[in-house]
Design a protein around this ligand. Sequence first.
Ligand code: PBG
Ligand code: ZN
Length: 323
Amino acid sequence: MAEYPAKRLRRLRYNPLVRDLIRETILTKNDLIYPLFVVPGEKFRKEVGSMPGVFQLSIDELVLECEEVKSLGIPAVILFGIPEHKDEAGTDAYNDNGIIQRAVRAIKKDVPGLLVITDVCLCEYTSHGHCGLLKGEEILNDETVELLVKEAVSHAKAGADIIAPSDMMDGRIKAIRSALDENGFEKIPVLSYAVKYASGYYGPFREAAESTPAFGDRKSHQMDPGNSNEAIREAESDVEEGADILMVKPAGPYLDIIYRVKEKTGLPMAAYQVSGEYAMIKAAGKLGWIDEQRVMLESLTAIKRAGADMILTYFAKDVAKLL
Ligand code: PBG
Ligand code: ZN
């Protein structure tokens, strides 16, 4: 092995063309998944206060947005729905005529060729804002899984290309996989939110999705930020249960988890750069405290470098315009 002065690591950094040649991680449009929020109504387009550039959209506006997303070369969107009615059991989540089901049908009809992923959880649909059925203040597991299964099948029937359960109940991947198969959807992949932390970074999302829990928190199902061996156990059990793609969420503060889960499972990895990560970069950029564009690209490159094959990000349109 050469040593200094024969060894000079800066040698490959002087010329920008050499830097381009040796770059290991390059972000591409194919890595991007754009999250969208669908609401009832028509011609409705309302910016989310804590997420500049992100809007709640009625289905007609959503279709227009999807046309733009597709024309920018972004391959996929993930949909979150805010229903007309919320109730204790989140029934609109598994209503074949619910907000997501109608949105999926509209996109599939008017924007063919755009991949539509649907988020499967109950928190946007329950009156109490929790991710499942409650007994007192406890979120029931097995009873909730039955409803998530109905939601997943209903999304697939509407035409969803990939089903993404984000609830963190035990056993839901196995239950959803077998229900999809029984209903003729054996070709529809399951993208599991396998490792989802109970995170303060979801704040702005809850404003966008109107899904803040009425009491308590999500710590009885989402993971403790201090744990990483547990992330491996979560990921491995989802692999056994039949997940096709694994997600880690949030992304930037959990790069070690993305790396470890990828190393351990070898499955395709998704990472979700969540609303709070986006909001912080946007806010500091607005204040002139950081260079927003530069930090945006750096944050996404870091997530890919850690092992993510795809990134869910509110920056998708901004990045696609640059690439
Ligand atoms: C809900 C869900 C959440 C996010 C995606 N799906 C929020 C939560 O657990 O409260 C967060 C995404 C973001 O913050 O951008 N099932
Ligand atoms: Zn939820």
